[in-house]
Design a protein around this ligand. Structure first.
Ligand code: FAD
Length: 378
């Protein structure tokens, strides 16, 4: 019996589990280890923050999924990997041995790059911690006549989060409360990697919500009452939120896996570690030098089926098959209310109907992991 361990219930691993429900690899015990039983679907996060979705709608239940697929599920956070002994160590002290290991543990928000951020800022990831912090912030807002919030990061996630927060707070707090939202970025423009048309639509949405945008503004220090910019300007805020891109867990570099200069696990086009052939990695935690792509959920989703195929092939001792991710893909950005911007190949559209399309796509994805449907499909 070979032991396949899937670490992290990310967007690719849920598809591997589902694929194994339909046809399990022979003579293999499959275990999924993840820090939490429920895992959020990134596409629905802004809608969850805005209040359009409940947690039940936006999360996948890993335990129920694994049960339907006859995969063992362990709810534990892993803190160390020993690639020589081929075992993982959980924070509980439990050890988990593997013959083949696959990593889909995502990324966290880097707080260590700005002094004071680790002590005073709220990170968007891990998502559960963020949602709890937002609940506390909202409760605090109810008791104050005014509040200022600064959000650092104006990439796609930063824009979606600040617009979602604006929608949530404007909907749930009395009119007389004065809330000021600041969007802060060191880039010269918001959404730097997007076409001008997307930036314009997003800027309109920010303007409509009265969000104050600071471009060319590098956050240099965070303290309990302000965000200090490198240009000397001090923005007084009651809360600072960081949505500043992706950072990997340090345990992979520590374990001796080959990583890129940021610490993400380097894999070939078959999603296999460049240094350890019995380790696979996908989603945010992996970097594929042959096909560099942004750290986005859409790529983790696309990697699911080829990862399942290559794990099967590795277990059977068959040659692996390379996967080439798409270069052009549809990006859907929600703007707080039930409205969204769509862009692909330089063409941009927006409207309430774009939100409905996004809602349909996202619900369909999460609905695909309904344990009852999986059992019926077996
Ligand atoms: C607000 C926001 C909105 C976003 N919207 C989009 C979007 O619309 N489209 C898009 O493409 N991308 C979006 N992204 C980016 C997206 O969240 C990530 O790219 C995506 O979640 C990565 O998926 P993944 O499979 O790599 O890992 P994740 O989905 O992050 O899953 C990782 C899993 O591993 C578990 N885990 C982590 N560490 C450990 C450990 N040590 N031990 C055990 N388990 C562990 C976690 O609990 C989690 O279940 C958004 C990000 C944010 C912050």
């Amino acid at each position: 019996m070979r032991r396949l361990v899937l670490l992290g219930g990310g967007h690719a691993h849920v598809q591997v589990v589902r694929a194994f429900a339909a046809s399990a690899p022979s003579d293999t015990s499959v275990t999924l280890i993840s820090a939490t039983r429920l895992t959020p679907y990134s596409g629905m996060l802004p809608g969850l923050i805005a209040g359009h979705y409940t947690r039940a709608e936006a999360y996948i239940d890993l335990a129920a999924l694994c049960e339907a697929a006859s995969v063992r599920f362990i709810e534990q956070e892993v803190s160390a990997l020993d690639v020589e002994r081929k075992q993982l160590e959980a924070t509980t002290g439990d050890l988990h041995a593997y013959d083949i290991l696959s990593l889909d543990t995502g990324s966290t928000t880097p707080l260590d790059r700005v002094p004071g951020a680790a002590a005073h800022a709220i990170a968007v990831k891990p998502v559960d911690g963020f949602l709890e912090a937002i609940e506390r912030l909202q409760a605090d807002l109810r008791h104050r006549p005014s509040m200022a919030i600064g959000l650092v990061g104006a990439g796609a996630a930063g824009i979606e989060v600040i617009l979602a927060l604006a929608h949530r707070f404007h909907t749930n707090t009395p009119r007389e409360h004065r809330l000021t939202l600041h969007l802060i970025t060191d880039s010269d423009a918001i959404l730097e990697e997007f076409p001008q048309s997307v930036r314009r639509y997003a800027a309109d949405a920010l303007h409509d919500r009265g969000i104050v945008v600071h471009t060319g503004a590098r956050a240099a220090n965070i303290d309990a009452g302000s965000i200090d910019l490198a240009n000397g300007i001090r923005i007084p805020v009651d809360y600072a939120i960081f949505v500043t891109g992706a950072a990997p867990a340090s345990m992979y570099e520590r374990a001796g896996l080959r990583t890129d200069d940021r610490g993400f696990v380097l894999v070939n086009a078959c999603l296999q570690s460049l240094s350890h052939p019995d380790v696979f990695a996908c989603g945010d935690v992996a970097t594929v030098p042959e096909h560099p792509r942004p750290k986005a959920g859409v790529f983790a989703v696309r990697q699911g089926p080829p990862l399942a195929n290559n794990l099967r092939r590795a277990l059977a001792g068959l040659p692996l098959e390379p996967f080439v991710p798409q270069r052009n893909y549809l990006v859907l950005l929600s703007t707080g209310r039930k409205h969204a911007i769509a862009t692909r190949n330089g063409r941009t559209l927006q409207g309430n109907w774009v939100w409905r399309l996004k809602d349909w796509i996202d619900r369909r994805f999460v609905g695909g992991f309904d344990p009852q449907r999986i059992r019926r499909g077996k």
